[in-house]
Design a protein around this ligand. Sequence first.
Ligand code: NAD
Length: 542
Amino acid sequence: MKNNISRPPIPQCEPVKSYATDTPERKEVQKMYKQAMSNFIEIPMWINGKNVKSKIQKKIFPPHNHKHAVGLYYEGSTEHVQSAIKAAIASKKEWEDTSWEDRASIFLKAAELLAGPYRQKMNVATMIGQSKNIFQAEIDAACELIDFLRFNVKFLYDIYTQQPESAKGIWNRLEYRPLEGFVYAITPFNFTSIAANLCIAPALMGNTVVWKPSESQIYSAKVIIDLFKEAGLPDGVINVIYAEPIMTSKIIFSHPDFAGVHFTGSTEVFKNIWKTIGNNINCYKNYPKIVGETGGKDFILAHKSANTKEVVTALIRGAFEYQGQKCSAASRAYLPKSRWKNIEKELLKELRTISVGDPGDFSNFINAVIHEKSFNKLKNTIQKVKKDKNAKIIFGGTCDKSIGYFIEPTVILTKKANFITMQKELFGPVLTIYVYDDKDFKKTLKLIDQTSEYALTGAIFSKNRSIISDALKELKMAAGNFYINDKPTGAVVSQQPFGGGRASGTNDKAGSYLNLLRWVSPRTIKENFVPDKNYRYPFLKP
Ligand code: NAD
C-alpha cells in the first residue's frame, strides 16, 4: 500500500576530477592501472543473475598493448541467447510491479557507488579495455554514467507527473506502462556510459533487457555488471550475453516478445537492423520501438571573425581526443582563406606537442585505436590519400601497430569540397580541412549541409552575431547538436541532450526525458464519477 507521493532527490552533474600531478585520484588510478595490467580476469556472461560460462573462451588484449592478455570472456551460443530472452521475460512481471521508487533507488545507489568505490575500477577498465586516457575515461565511464543514473530518475519523475486535464465529474489519468515484451540493447565500444545507459534507460521505466555489448567493451562491461549487482538489481532484469552479433540478432529479431531495440553503433548495422525488423513485422505482438544513434561526419566552421587559438583548440580537442573515436568528433573543418596561414601555423605548432601512446603514461594525449580492423581501415585510407592529387597530408600519417594500434593525429588538406574524407565517417584521428574563399561564406553553409549524409554535431566559431544567426538558420538540419564557439564533442547529460537526424540516427536524445519516453506505452484511464443513465441526447427531441 502506498501512502505518499514522493519526489526523487534533485540531481547534479558529477564534478570531473582533474588527475593533476600529486592529486590523490591520480595516485590511486596509477596504482590500480598497474595492478590490473598484471592481473588476468575471467568474465562470464550474466544471465538471470548468474555467472554463466561457455566452452568458448576469448582473450582480451588492450588496444595499446595487443600482445598482452588482461583477461578472457566466455562467448555465448544460441542457447545462451535463448536463456537470456527467457530470463528477461520471466522477470518482467515482478520488475514492472516494483514501485518506481524502488526501481529508482537501485539506480541512485549505483550512482553513489560509482561516484565512490567503483569510480577508479570503472575508469581503469575503460582505460585498459578501450584505450582511453584518464581524462577521457573520467568524463565517460565515471561522470557521464553517474549523470545518466541520477538524471534518468528525474526524467522518469517528470514524465510520470505529466497528467491530462479532467473535465467536471471525470478523472483522467495517464499510466506510463513499460513496453509489453523485452528490450534488446546493442551497444558500441566507444563509451562505457552509453553501453550502460542503453540498458538502464529502458530498465528504469520497468522493462527487462537482453544486453549484447560490443566485443571490444567487455572488460568494462564486467565492472558495470558488478555495479548493478552491488546496487541490488534483481535477477533477470538485465541479462548480458557475449555472442556473435548476427546470430544473436537473428534469434532476438524473430521473437514474438521482442518489444524494442536500443542501439548505438554504425549506420550500416542500424539500417540492417531496421530492415530485419521490418521483414519480421508479422511475428511480433507489438510494433517494436526502434531507437538508434549512429554515425557522424561532424564539422567545425570558422568565420573570419573567429579567434585563432579558440579555433585551434576546438580542432585539436574536437578531432583528436579519444583518437577521434567519438560519434561527435570533428572530422571536417571549413576555414576562411584570409585566416588559413595563421590557423595552420598555430595548429601545426600545437600538434607537434602531442604525444601518442599507452594511457598508463599520463603524458599521452592520444592512445590506440580500438582494434586491428579499425587500424587497417585508417591506414589504407591514409595511404590512398597520400597518392591522391586532390589532397595532401599536412600533419601526421604515421601508423604503427607493432605494440599497439597507434595512429598519429593526421590532418588532410583538400581543395575538393566533397573529397571522400569530407563525406565518409572514418572513426579515427583524421581531420580533413577545406579552405573556403571568405566571400563564399554563405555558399559554404550550403556546402556543409549537403556534403555528407550525416547530421550529428557541428560547430561555428565567429564573433559576429549575424553570422552566427545565419549559420543557425542554414544549418538547421545539419546537426542534432549544434555548438557556438565550442568544440562539437563533450555533450553533458541534462545539459546538451544528445542525438542527430538524417543517417545519424532517430534523434531520441540520450540524456533527456525524450529517450525515456521511447520505453513506455502509456495507458489512458478515464473514470466517470456520474455515468449517464439514458442514451438520448437533447438534440433528438422533436
Ligand atoms: P558497430 O556498428 O560496429 O557495433 C555496434 C554494436 O552492434 C556492437 O555491439 C556490435 O557487436 C553490434 N553489431 C555489429 N554487427 C551487427 C549486426 N549485423 N547485427 C546486430 N548487431 C551488430 O559500431 P562500433 O564500432 O562499436 O561503434 C562505432 C560507431 O558507433 C560509429 O559509427 C559511431 O559514430 C557510432 N556511435 C554513435 C553514437 C551516437 O550517439 N550517435 C555514439 C557512439 C557511437
